[in-house]
Structures are given as structure tokens and as C-alpha cells.
Design a binder for this molecule. Structure first.
Ligand code: PLP
Length: 391
């Protein structure tokens, strides 16, 4: 028997990453050696102290019962203490924090809690696809494409936000896929325009810790009035290489957190307590707002890779910047990015075509530096051979 999907599920666009992954798998099965710089899954090790904590916490019988949807009090207190130490932001762990199964869950639940069919939502383009798919389409809302152009340093235009009549705006810096960063002045403008126009800001800060060259990513909650309009999402996936452990948290405006928790409590029954207890130790490994040595070492490795990658891509003729945040290099390839990505697959390198992040991603490729430097070097050598196909 085959059953019909709901209309909203039918409206989900094809996931372009799967198309590339499918071709990649076929080529690998046919014996071709492919270096994948496509998916942004951290390859660097989870710090040993976290693995030890996980082992210890999962061995305790009392950690296998139900938690609650909002998360254990100790987890929320640790998240609040980290926000204070890292950003100087004070939040109430009782009402202004909730645990999440990663930042992605926050996007889905916030949208479900606050959107009615037809409500407008500002979606960054290019942008992480979960905003459009899990946020807008699955809630029958209406996307308003918010262009992030190179000419505007991959930031949205404030006037565009003001005239959008949107109920929710998604923002993410350090930015996937462009690697762009922001400063507090820009966040102040965002908070002001959101407050003036009654827009909820969902600030996805999943890459806040993956930054380089002395740049420290701010929290939108540092800005005066931020707590009035924003909810910020944090993730352990990138910072601590815990993508598969599924843990994060949302912090911010009390009513926005309440909405997320209302939906979450109907969908799951909380994160495993042993994951929360492990995550507490990860957060407590920070000292004076600085990450532990293991995380610093991983960031230094990403830095070495993105710097090498961007410089090499430029010599091949792909225009790009060395990012100050994230582990992505966003390179202009011109033309049909899917076709270019397929050509690169033919020489044994998988990348993500920019079109997968929205119409304004067309003409770009995203290279993810989540492979060892030796693989990145080899990938660049393979690309150099087809230099002229990417112009
Ligand atoms: N937000 C952005 C911008 C991402 O790029 C990703 C993962 O790639 C996520 C959220 C998902 O994070 P998590 O693993 O915490 O759900």
C-alpha cells in the first residue's frame, strides 16, 4: 500500500543535499574515490573528557528515566551560567531557557508554536534549509525570501525587514553557508527593526564558538531590547563535536521559550538525563568565557583548513573569502551550481551546490572543511585539473 502525504509535506522541496549524496554513494559503490567536502558534520574528535562523562553518566541507572521537556533544572542553570560567562547575558533558568535536541529542533518548535497558515516568515537566502522546510512549509506559512548578497556582506537589508510584515525572522551568524559574521551594531539594528514591527527574531547561534582571528561572535541577547524580541539557539554539535548526541538549548524571551516548551512537551519527553549531565560538564569546561583546550585545538585545526582551502580555491579561479566563522568556504563558481558540483564529483570531489541554500545561492559552491588537511590538499589538486570548468 502507498499512502498519500499531506499537502504540506508534498510542498517540501527536494533536498538537494540528498541528490549530491546519492550520486556520491553511487560513485563510491562503483569504486571511485571521492573526497566529500559537502556535509558540515564535524570530523574532529569529541573531547575525551566529554566521552568519559558520557560513559559515566550513562552507567547510572537513575539517568534512564524520563526527563522533562524543558530539561533538568541543573542543565538549564548550567546553560544560564554559560550565557552569563560567555556573553554577559543574564537569563532566568526557570523561564528563559529550555533544553533542545539540537538547534534544529528549536527552529521547528518555535515555528509551530507561533505561526498560523499564511503568516509571513523572513527566510535568509542563501540559508540553512531547515528555516524554510521545517519552519515555514511544514506550518503552511508564507516564506519571504530575504536575500543575503555578497554586495551587502551577506547581511539582510534592514529596510527590507521593516517592510516585510513578517511574524518571524530567522537569522544565523556566523553564517551557514556564507561564513559571514556580524557585529553588535548590526544586531542592534535588527532588534530595533524587530521591536518596531512586532517581529520575532529566531537567532540561530549554532556556530558562535567556531570563529577565527580573534573574532568573538556576540549573542543577540547582549543588545538592549534583545530579550523582548528574540530567542537564541545554541548547539553542542559544532562546538563540542557532539552532532550525533543531539543536544542544544534555546534561551531568550520568556513567552517564546514558553511556546517552544508547549510544543516540545507534546512531541517528546525530554532529552536523556545522561546527555544533559554530559552537556553540563561541557559547558562547565569553559573558563572566563574561553573554551577548554580541546575545543581550542579543534578550532585551530578548522582555521588551518579554511585558510588553506580558501587560498587554494582562489588560485584555481574560484573567488572566495577566508571566513572569520564557521568551517565553510563560500566560493563563486558562476553559472549553474548543480552542474558545476556534478563536474567536481566527476574528478572525485563532492561539494554542495549553492542552489541548495536558495535561489540567491546560485552561482556559488559551499566547501565544508570537515575533512583532514591531507584530504583537502588532495581535493584541491583534483580541482586544479579542471580549473577552467569553474569560471
Ligand atoms: N543551524 C545551522 C545554521 C546549521 O548549519 C546547523 C547544522 O548544520 C544546525 C542549525 C543544526 O544544529 P543542531 O545539530 O544543533 O540541530
Amino acid at each position: 500500500m502507498k499512502f498519500e502525504f499531506s499537502n504540506k509535506v508534498k510542498r517540501l522541496p527536494p533536498y538537494i543535499f540528498f541528490e549530491i549524496e546519492k550520486i556520491l554513494e553511487e560513485k563510491r559503490r562503483a569504486g571511485k574515490n571521492i573526497i566529500s567536502l559537502s556535509i558540515g558534520d564535524p570530523d574532529l574528535p569529541t573531547p575525551q573528557f566529554i566521552l568519559d562523562a558520557l560513559k559515566e553518566e550513562s552507567a547510572k541507572p537513575e539517568n534512564h528515566g524520563y526527563s522533562n521537556s524543558r530539561g533538568e533544572r541543573e542543565f538549564r542553570e548550567a546553560a544560564a551560567a554559560w550565557m552569563e560567562e560567555r556573553f554577559g547575558v543574564t537569563v532566568n533558568p526557570e523561564t528563559e531557557v529550555t533544553a533542545l535536541i539540537g538547534s534544529k529542533e528549536g527552529i521547528a518548535h518555535l515555528s509551530r508554536a507561533f505561526l498560523n497558515p499564511g503568516d509571513k516568515v523572513l527566510v535568509p537566502d542563501p540559508g540553512y534549509p531547515a528555516y524554510l522546510n521545517g519552519g515555514v512549509i511544514l506550518n503552511e506559512a508564507t516564506p519571504v525570501v530575504m536575500p543575503l548578497t555578497k554586495e551587502n556582506a551577506f547581511l539582510p537589508e534592514i529596510d527590507f525587514i521593516a517592510s516585510s510584515k513578517a511574524k518571524i525572522m530567522f537569522l544565523n551568524y556566523p553564517n551557514n553557508p556564507t561564513g559571514a559574521i556580524i557585529d553588535k551594531r548590526f544586531l542592534k539594528e535588527v532588534v530595533e527593526v524587530a521591536a518596531d514591527n512586532n517581529i520575532i527574531v529566531c537567532y540561530d547561534n549554532a556556530y558562535s564558538e567556531i570563529t577565527y582571528g580573534g573574532y568573538k561572535a556576540p549573542s543577540i541577547l547582549e543588545v538592549e531590547g534583545g530579550m523582548d524580541v528574540a530567542v537564541e539557539l545554541h548547539s553542542f554539535s559544532k562546538t563540542f563535536s557532539m552532532a550525533g548526541d543531539r543536544v542544544g538549548f534555546a534561551v531568550g524571551n520568556k513567552s517564546l521559550i514558553e511556546g517552544i516548551v508547549k510544543v516540545k512537551s507534546q512531541v517528546d519527553s525530554g532529552l536523556p538525563k545522561y546527555i544533559q549531565n554530559t552537556a553540563i560538564r561541557a559547558l562547565k569546561s569553559y573558563a572566563n568565557g574561553e573554551p577548554p583546550k580541546e575545543v581550542k585545538a579543534n578550532i585551530a585545526t578548522y582555521w588551518e583548513r579554511v585558510k588553506f582551502l580558501a587560498e587554494k580555491l582562489r588560485t584555481i579561479g574560484l573567488e572566495c573569502a577566508v571566513p572569520k566563522g564557521t568551517y565553510y568556504v563560500w566560493a563563486r563558481c558562476g553559472g549553474d551550481s548543480m552542474q558545476v558540483a556534478k563536474k567536481l564529483l566527476d574528478v572525485g570531489v563532492a561539494v554542495t551546490p549553492g542552489i541548495g541554500f536558495g535561489e540567491h545561492g546560485e552561482g556559488f559552491l559551499r566547501f565544508s572543511a570537515t575533512r583532514p588537511i591531507e584530504d583537502i590538499k588532495e581535493a584541491c589538486e583534483r580541482l586544479a585539473k579542471i580549473k577552467n570548468t569553474c569560471s
